[in-house]
Ligand binder design. Structure first.
Ligand SMILES: [Zn+2]
Ligand SMILES: [Zn+2]
Length: 344
């Protein structure tokens, strides 16, 4: 089959690789869609957080074409999406039932150790329906199915903040994860949800989704204060990955408030810890997704409480994977670049 293989900084050729074969406990999908993730850009553009030789692609949907003999409840022809993270089930984190933080996940997960879905087909090992395989309702297209994973990442991050009506939230960075976080917050009754980004395109998409926007080039604290009268910001999500903005998030949040970091930082961030102390603030991270996040994400898409169409700015066939990555790199002109495989 054809697959895009990461061969070094800004090198993503399409190569012929062996077809995946389902073992007894596995399934194989015909990939229909796979989104380019902001996290894919760290290896692609900077050579960090990823290995040469890896087939990336962890936001995928497809049709089941092969089912191992020990797999139950999944049939050839099922329309599904899958969790990329494959916990080992044996390490300390897995035994604590926080398998998404498995100590060896990145050696055994789809697109992290195992081949990803920027390919014609992908194998899901140890396939269990409702765990690492989720059926798409008829109302959820393959394209939406490829956005279940990033929406689930947002669901996971928002869950940590116990969202409720009356809360005020700020989201720094309106890429796919930031936009999805804002949508999940709005669905939970948090209002206003104020999104900040430098990109006019991303602010425009955010406005279509009901998010209040502030230009990242403006005096952001003043602009937010103006929007809130005397209100305060309960939680700030940092979704840009710019180290300096973690400190900004800390300055924006109210005393006893929560700063939630959801990006990957290529450089260490400096935080004024005295502000953390004086505010009794919490600075927390959110990583990965769980099967529960996937279920909630599919529900949000199926009910229209989260929308995905406005996020897709580019559609590219698998053969143009390098162009897809280049398009995703241009934050001014892209939100989500969607790769289409076969006749999707
Ligand atoms: Zn991702
Ligand atoms: Zn584990």
């Amino acid at each position: 089959m054809r697959a895009g293989v990461f061969r070094g900084v800004r090198q993503m050729p399409i190569e012929q690789v062996p077809d995946p074969v389902a073992g007894e406990a596995d399934i194989v999908l015909n990939v229909r869609n796979c989104g380019v993730c902001g996290s894919d850009l760290h290896p692609y553009a900077q050579g960090v957080f990823g290995d040469v030789g890896q087939i990336m692609g962890h936001e995928f949907s497809g049709e089941v074409i092969e089912v191992g003999r020990r797999v139950t409840g999944i049939t050839v022809g099922d329309r599904v999406t899958g969790l990329p993270i494959q916990p080992c089930g044996r390490c300390r984190r897995c035994r604590e039932s926080i398998g998404h933080l498995c100590e060896v996940w990145n050696t055994r997960s789809i697109a992290f150790g195992l081949p990803g879905a920027f390919a014609e087909r992908v194998r899901i090992p140890d396939a269990v329906l409702g765990q690492n395989v989720h059926r798409l309702p008829d109302t959820v297209s393959f394209e939406a199915g490829a956005l279940v994973e990033p929406l689930a990442v947002a669901v996971h991050a928002v869950r940590h903040t116990e969202p409720r009506p009356g809360q005020v939230a700020v989201v720094l960075g309106l890429g796919t994860i930031g936009l999805h976080i804002a949508q999940v917050l709005l669905a939970a009754g948090v209002a206003p949800v104020i999104g900040v980004d430098l990109s006019a395109l991303r602010r425009q998409v955010a406005q279509q989704l009901g998010i209040t926007v502030v230009d990242g080039a403006a005096d952001v604290p003043a602009a937010i204060a103006e929007l809130l009268d005397d209100g305060e910001v309960d939680v700030v999500f940092e979704a840009t990955g710019a180290p300096a903005l973690l400190q900004r998030a800390l300055e924006l949040v109210r005393p006893r408030g929560l700063v939630m970091a959801v990006a990957l930082y290529e450089q260490p961030a400096q935080l004024n810890a005295t502000v953390v102390v004086h505010k009794e603030a919490t600075v927390r991270g959110s990583a990965m997704v769980t099967p529960e996040d996937f279920r909630d994400s599919i529900e949000l898409l199926a009910t229209g409480k989260a929308r995905y169409e406005p996020l897709i700015t580019h559609r590219k066939p698998l053969d143009e994977l390098a162009e897809a990555f280049e398009a995703q790199l241009d934050a001014d002109k892209s939100v989500k670049v969607m790769v289409t495989t076969g006749d999707a």
